[in-house]
Write a protein that binds this ligand. Structure first.
Ligand SMILES: Nc1nc2c(c(=O)[nH]1)N[C@H]1C(S)=C(S)[C@@H](COP(=O)(O)OP(=O)(O)OC[C@H]3O[C@@H](n4cnc5c(N)ncnc54)[C@H](O)[C@@H]3O)O[C@H]1N2
Ligand code: MOO
Ligand SMILES: [Mg+2]
Length: 437
């Protein structure tokens, strides 16, 4: 199988992933634990927002029509400026003895020609429809003089103006960010139905790998299984649960056992390493033996060229139909492994766990580069660096050295400049497309 273009692989991945069923693959949890979870059903507002007409300012509430009569008594428009002070004094209202702080409902309707002291969030009394903010008034005794001509309805937040009861407040597939959590809380939503978090098996492969938990000295040739931790962290960031299957040696039998168990117990499987053309790269062969359908073996991307994407049957689902799960055999080089995740797996998890379509693809923006960028042009090339916004202008600063084996070079980066196939050079200051990670 040839190296497939990045866009084609993205399309294959998304076509393989079947989103969770909102009825079966969901759970009800307290809103306080729902940050970053995906809503599995529309939530309708039980209340009007605002619940009642209220003031947006500290000031005075009144009936606009009462002042309108005073406006009509005034001279022609052209004389207004000259005699402004006189007119202002004519826009006057009697201040009632009551006041309305937030939290108080006043039953008494406002009498004609009256205004009432009101504070931000205070409920408008019956008869009032407009608020003047206190800075625009002068109070002498119990008379209020308006220094600015008000507009009818000004500074009033009308009942149901934001949303009416029964309307969808947050729709299924939404990610619950702090904004949605606040809005749901305001609608007295104590619990939410969200998709369950997918369980993603992570199988590290390689004779050289030593678990981070081990306290034994590293022998020559050994390294720590660091990819497990990077990939598990990416899985958690994507809203799923990483289930580690340990570091499995390059041994066909042990690998087969681990892969079978992972397929039977997970929603998606990621194995790390063993997907290139070396004599100990067993993943593709084992997947074929297990009856997998291999859709992708290699991608025209740098880093991250060797990438096996397969689909396999796991157990029978609740309704008796076969469940096919997606398997990603990602490369062992640490930046390559993360690249496969950022470019393809993150979107696959988003689709699996019910997130709306806007979450299925990476985000790209245009930025100017602070250094010239080079690529061999053979594969779509992703160069890691820092995206900043000096004076508001998106600016990409690449790192000085790229090796897919050097994760240290990627510490502190937040983005990847994308160079298309056959694009070999981007001069300093030129625009480049940058993928956010
Ligand atoms: N003759 C060729 N050789 C290679 C090719 C090729 O096209 N022809 N492709 C290269 C590219 S590109 C990549 S990327 C790697 C991918 O290799 P594998 O996926 O087979 O991974 P391994 O060989 O198992 O390991 C590669 C590298 O990564 C280290 N590693 C592996 N697992 C971990 C882990 N869990 N934590 C930390 N580091 C890990 C491993 O020690 C190796 O150094 O193949 C190239 N070769
Ligand atoms: O694709 Mo490899 O990921 O170039 O190092
Ligand atoms: Mg290899």
């Amino acid at each position: 199988m040839n190296m497939l273009p990045v866009a084609k692989v993205e399309e294959i991945v998304l076509s393989l992933v079947k989103p969770f069923d909102p009825q079966i693959d969901s759970e009800i949890i307290p809103l306080s634990q729902a940050l970053n979870r995906i809503l599995a059903e529309d939530v309708r507002s039980a209340l009007d927002f605002p619940h009642w007409d209220n003031s947006a300012m500290d000031g005075y509430a009144f009936r606009y029509a009462d002042l309108e009569e005073q406006f009509q008594e005034q001279f022609q428009e052209q004389f207004q400026e000259e005699f402004q002070e006189q007119f202002q004094e004519r826009w006057q209202l009697r201040i009632t003895a009551d006041e309305i702080p937030a939290g108080m409902a006043i039953a008494k309707p406002l009498a004609k020609g009256e205004c009432i002291r009101i504070f931000t969030g205070g409920m408008l009394p019956i008869g009032a429809d407009t608020v003047v903010m206190q800075e625009d008034t002068e109070r002498i005794g119990n008379i209020l003089y308006l220094q600015v001509k008000p507009i009818q309805g000004e500074y009033v937040r009308r009942k149901g103006e934001f949303i009416t009861a029964g309307t969808t407040l947050v729709s299924a597939g939404s990610k619950l960010t702090p904004t949605e959590i606040g809005a749901l809380a305001s609608a007295r939503c104590q619990q939410v139905k969200v998709y369950r978090q997918p369980r993603i098996a992570v199988i590290s492969t390689g004779n050289e790998l030593v678990s981070l938990d081990s306290s034994a000295p590293l022998h020559l040739g050994q390294i720590i299984d660091s990819n497990l931790h990077a990939i598990s962290a990416l899985i958690a960031q994507a809203g799923a649960i990483a289930v580690p299957f340990g570091a499995v040696p390059d041994d066909r039998e042990e690998l087969e056992t681990a892969i079978k168990k992972a397929i039977a117990t997970s929603d998606m499987v990621i194995s790390i390493g063993g997907v290139s053309v070396g004599d100990y790269d067993y993943i593709d062969g084992l997947l074929e033996k297990l009856g997998a359908h291999i859709h992708v073996r290699s991608v025209s991307i740098k880093p991250g060229k060797p990438l096996t994407i397969a689909s396999l049957t796991n157990s029978l689902s609740v309704n008796g139909s076969e469940e096919r799960i997606v398997y990603f055999g990602i490369p062992g080089n640490p930046v390559s492994a993360m690249m496969s995740f950022w470019r393809f797996i993150r979107g696959a998890i988003a689709k699996l766990n019910g997130a709306g379509e806007t979450h299925w693809q990476p985000q790209f923006i245009r930025a100017s580069t602070t250094e010239a960028l080079n690529s061999q042009g053979r594969r779509e090339t992703y160069l890691w660096g820092k995206l900043t916004y000096p004076k508001g202008i998106p600016t990409f600063q690449p790192v000085s050295n790229y090796s897919s084996g050097n994760l240290i070079s990627a510490i502190g980066v937040n983005s990847l400049a994308v160079m298309r196939v056959n694009q070999t050079y981007v001069p300093v200051g030129d625009e480049v497309i940058v993928m956010l990670i």
